[in-house]
Design a protein around this ligand. Structure first.
Ligand code: THU
Length: 133
């Protein structure tokens, strides 16, 4: 298995951000989701004229991966060409939590700098599948 560096994963997220459909916010986001088998699944945000139908880059990537039979993830890189780090919204944190509560979350900004978090720190006291067992 080829292990990607953080920078390589972020580069894939950056490329994915170029496919963003974001005519309303003009805020393009890309995500690159590394699965436990080494596969990387990318996603971008997909907006809609009915704004609430918008799907974030992270959820695009997760839904693509799950539909490919991949449910366990190691890292996700999130890239936006913005001055601030683009951290995942609450809904995306919850969706990531469903599959990989301990995933590493890399948030990269336009100047190439990035920060690393653990999802469990971004979503403390989360509600998850164990509550429904
Ligand atoms: N967005 C993402 O795709 N991921 C995030 O982590 C934050 C926000 C998108 C949603 C919307 O298309 C645009 O960024 C502005 O909120």
């Amino acid at each position: 298995m080829i292990l990607l560096t953080d920078r390589e994963l972020i580069e894939m997220a950056k490329t994915a951000s170029s496919h963003a459909y974001s005519p309303y916010s003009r805020f393009s986001v890309g995500a690159a989701l590394e699965c436990t088998d080494g596969t990387v699944v990318t996603g971008c945000n997909v907006e809609n004229a009915a704004l609430g139908c918008t799907i974030c880059a992270e959820r695009t990537a997760v839904c693509k991966a799950v539909s490919m039979g991949k449910r366990r993830f190691v890292r996700i890189a999130i890239y936006a060409d913005s001055p601030d780090y683009c951290t995942p919204c609450g809904t995306c944190r919850q969706v990531l939590n469903e599959f990989s509560p301990d995933i590493e979350v890399l948030c990269a900004r336009g100047d190439g700098r990035y920060v690393s978090y653990r999802l469990r720190d971004l979503l403390p006291l989360s509600f998850g599948s164990s509550f429904l067992e």
